[in-house]
Design a protein around this ligand. Structure first.
Ligand code: SAH
Length: 507
């Protein structure tokens, strides 16, 4: 078997990246654009000794779970990898993925998994759509000297020019179209990653689910749109504001809550670095405010908290599912009122403030200064006085403070740690420090079950690869945790990503 050869095979499984897996003449193939249950004709794209890669070119027998993707770009765009799978199958895939990672990477047996919390669909939707509150559209040179704005093709930096994205709310798509049209009208150059020349790099947008506020940020390789224009005596920045404010947004809001979207702020962000990082350090507000507000509700208690979100701060991208995730994390924390809780990787204090309502004291730690500023303001805005926030890496702040007099809970009061790291998971030093301090419970919220599994292996005491003797020495006095339960939450429908919350208790 070699490259470009055509094979026919049945897809028996799905890999962690959404690719179909099947066998041909005893050899395993990872097949792009195929769904579990499909029989396909595929062209071999790469051969290794033991396995190969292929791309489906014809679906000879479609799987029962295959659907027509509600997006013409789904097979090219890198965003929604499993949009051709019906929603129940997507959820089964995610449950299997989380379980498999915990077993294979975490070495855990009999994983105590609760069923995944799926996203609700509108009646007419085959899969959940328009769920994202944050969009980052790359902008670059298009065909024939034009502009391409939209999405990167899977695993590349090639920009597919896109009219609209079904994962985004309609308002975001209208803004994307208006930005492209404006650049054409004013002859403003897109940024070219290859040469580092050109002006406009990204359109960054956030929408408030409950407030309807929209924050529009145009990321420039410069400080002003005037830098990209030959026109004299015309303020292009001002024209940009007029253009964005004139976009019709009637009936684009959140129909469930009866809110209409409206522009709350328009900003220019400067990023002159040749880097994959989207936002630069400097943001200049042209109109309105350089932040937005949103609410998060706890649907089981009826509580509502209001949050200020600055441009550089993290905020969960799927607001309805985030509420389910937070509710799950809160119920796992099982607070009675006398606990001290460390909320590590706290962002703008979303979970921290819900935790604070039920605990004696909460200490949030976060590395982004703007997010910490937001968190402190958010505590005040919601009248919460028992939450303190610290800026810095969790792996430095927690070991430094957790053992200190002022931070140790009163005798008999329990300590609880909440973790919500980015995809790369927790620093090993933090996990060891947690085991030394020995909180009663750990709630680990994760957006990548592979790193979650790696970290759980350490927390459950199975993570040391040292020899027996030095291992015993190293382990002496450290707490060992047991995984009590884990609940996946589908935060990113149609993608291979899955969020999960896990509860660990000290043995
Ligand atoms: N719990 C928050 C944020 C979770 S995202 C929420 O639900 O909104 C993870 C956060 O960890 C981000 O805000 C990121 O800026 C922060 N972060 C990344 N590395 C960190 C580190 N080493 N120490 C502390 N925070 C970190």
């Amino acid at each position: 078997m070699k490259k470009n050869e055509i094979i026919e095979l049945k897809i028996e499984d799905i890999g962690v990246n959404g690719e179909g897996i099947g066998k041909f003449e005893g050899c395993t193939f990872f097949v792009k654009n195929a769904v579990i249950g499909d029989r396909v004709k595929a062209v071999i794209t790469r051969m290794k000794k033991e396995y190969g890669f292929a791309k489906a070119i014809e679906i000879t027998e479609p799987s029962g779970c295959r659907i027509q993707a509600p997006c013409g770009l789904s097979s090219r765009c890198g965003g929604c990898q499993i949009m051709e799978m019906n929603y129940p199958e997507q959820l089964r895939f995610k449950e299997r993925k989380v379980r498999m990672n915990l077993e294979r990477i975490g070495g855990l047996k009999n994983v105590p998994m609760l069923p995944i919390l799926g996203a609700k669909r509108q009646a007419e939707e085959p899969v959940p759509l328009a769920y994202r509150n944050k969009m980052q559209f790359p902008i670059g040179p298009g065909k024939n000297g034009g502009i391409a704005a939209g999405f990167y093709a899977g695993r590349t930096h090639y920009i597919i020019d896109t009219e609209s994205c079904p994962a985004a709310p309609e308002a975001a798509n209208r803004i994307l179209q208006a930005v492209r049209a404006f650049m054409q009208e004013q002859d403003i150059s897109p940024y070219d990653e290859k040469t580092g020349k050109g002006l406009v790099r990204h359109l960054f947008l956030r929408t408030g689910y409950y407030t309807g506020e929209i924050l529009v940020v145009l990321v420039l390789n410069g400080e002003s749109l005037n830098e990209g224009s030959y026109a004299q005596n015309v303020d292009i920045d001002r024209l940009f504001v007029d253009k964005i404010r004139s976009i019709p947004l009637e009936n684009t809001g959140n129909h469930e809550e009866n809110v209409n979207f409206h522009i709350a702020g328009i900003c220019l962000n400067t990023n002159r670095e040749q880097t994959n990082v989207i936002l630069g350090k400097q943001t200049r507000c042209l109109y309105g405010q350089p932040f937005l507000f949103d609410e998060i509700r706890n649907r089981s208690t009826g509580e509502r908290l209001c949050f200020k979100i600055s441009v550089a701060s993290f905020y969960q991208v799927n607001p309805r599912q985030a509420e389910k995730l937070y509710e799950t994390a809160l119920s796992f924390a099982d607070l009675k009122g006398h606990e001290t809780v460390w909320d590590l990787y706290c962002g703008i204090g979303t979970l921290s403030l819900f935790l604070a309502r039920k605990a004696k004291a909460v200490k949030g730690v976060e590395i982004i200064p703007d997010a910490i500023r937001d968190a402190k303001e958010n505590a005040e805005r919601n009248g919460i006085g028992n939450a303190a926030f610290y800026c810095g890496p969790a792996e430095e702040i927690f070991p430094r403070y957790a053992g200190q007099k002022d931070h140790v809970p009163d005798a008999g009061d329990p300590l609880v740690v909440v973790l919500d790291p980015p995809r790369k998971g927790c620093d090993r030093a933090l996990l060891e420090a947690i085991r030394e301090v020995g909180p009663e419970r750990i709630v680990y919220v994760s957006c990548d079950s592979a790193t979650l599994a790696r970290d759980l292996k350490i927390l459950t005491g199975g993570g040391s690869s040292e020899g027996e003797e030095s291992r015993a020495k190293q382990e002496a006095g450290k707490a060992v945790y047991q995984l009590e339960k884990i609940r996946p939450v589908d935060m990113f429908p149609n993608t291979v990503h899955c969020e999960a919350a896990a509860l660990l208790t000290r043995r």
